[in-house]
Design a protein around this ligand. Structure first.
Ligand code: PGA
Length: 250
């Protein structure tokens, strides 16, 4: 099954509307170069509406970086799926390692968020990945297996067909240390097999993105791997030319 490459930019907690202008204009100016690749940008919540408005009618789609599982209620600081849909936003990153590390995100809360996103018609980009010490002690596969099994628990094959998975080794995020194409492919192939065991043939259509210091200089080799279907880009998504460089490697 062929899978359309996806390049998603995770702006993290960067860019007020004023600060985002140059990047947004830069991407819009080059949007006609985008072909055969799904492109998503995920700004902070305060910049979502601006981004959605600016990218309307272009091939660039907009995603959020988190979503709560409840429809509404007493959850100070959180955002619901219907609030994101109203903007409108189409994608949402769920379970990023920074959410897990600093904000108490667990596989259980990832699971609740994924279900809420799917129920609202948002496409979840579900992040998994091991810490450096887990890689060094040979636990990578066991760690991502639990993250997938618990994070996607209760999903049907139809649900699974709608999600995107991102493999982001935590030691490669923001460090300049990229997984080698072979290291990444090994885990991506493992994840694909795991998804096949859980959901059957739809696994062959699920996009598995790589994230962790992806940049124009290394994107081509990573994206050439059989089970690497795109990238989730942090730092290099903040400069239009760098992000476009990755998009054009896809
Ligand atoms: P990075 O971040 O590209 O800056 O390493 C990737 C991510 O955290 O999604």
């Amino acid at each position: 099954m062929s899978r359309k490459t996806m390049i998603a930019g995770n702006w993290k907690m960067n860019n007020t509307v004023a600060e985002a202008r140059e990047l947004v204009e830069g991407l819009k100016a080059r949007a006609s170069e985008i072909a055969g690749v799904d492109v998503v940008v995920c700004p902070p919540v305060t910049t979502l509406a601006y981004a959605a408005e600016q990218f309307a009618g272009t091939p660039v789609k907009v995603g959020a970086q988190n979503v709560h599982w409840a429809e509404s209620g007493a959850y100070t600081g959180e955002v619901s799926a219907s609030m994101l849909k109203e903007i409108p936003v189409e994608y949402v990153i769920i379970g990023h390692s920074e959410r897990r590390q600093y904000f108490g995100e667990t596989d259980g809360t990832v699971n609740q968020r994924v279900k809420a996103a799917l129920a609202a018609g948002l496409t979840p980009i579900v992040c998994v990945g091991e810490l450096l010490e887990q890689r060094e002690t040979g636990e990578t596969e066991a760690v991502v297996k639990t993250q997938v099994e618990v994070g996607l628990d209760g999903l049907t094959a139809d649900d699974a067909a709608k999600i995107v998975v991102a493999y982001e080794p935590v030691w490669a995020i923001g460090t300049g240390l990229t997984a080698s194409p072979e290291q990444a492919q090994e885990v991506h192939a493992f994840l694909r097999n795991l998804l096949r065991g859980l959901f059957g043939a739809v696994a062959d259509g699920i996009r598995i993105l790589y994230g962790g210091s992806m940049k124009p200089a290394n994107a081509k080799d990573l994206l050439a791997q059989a089970d690497i279907d795109g990238g989730l880009i942090g730092g290099a998504s903040l400069k239009a030319d760098d992000f476009m460089g990755i998009i054009l490697s896809g």
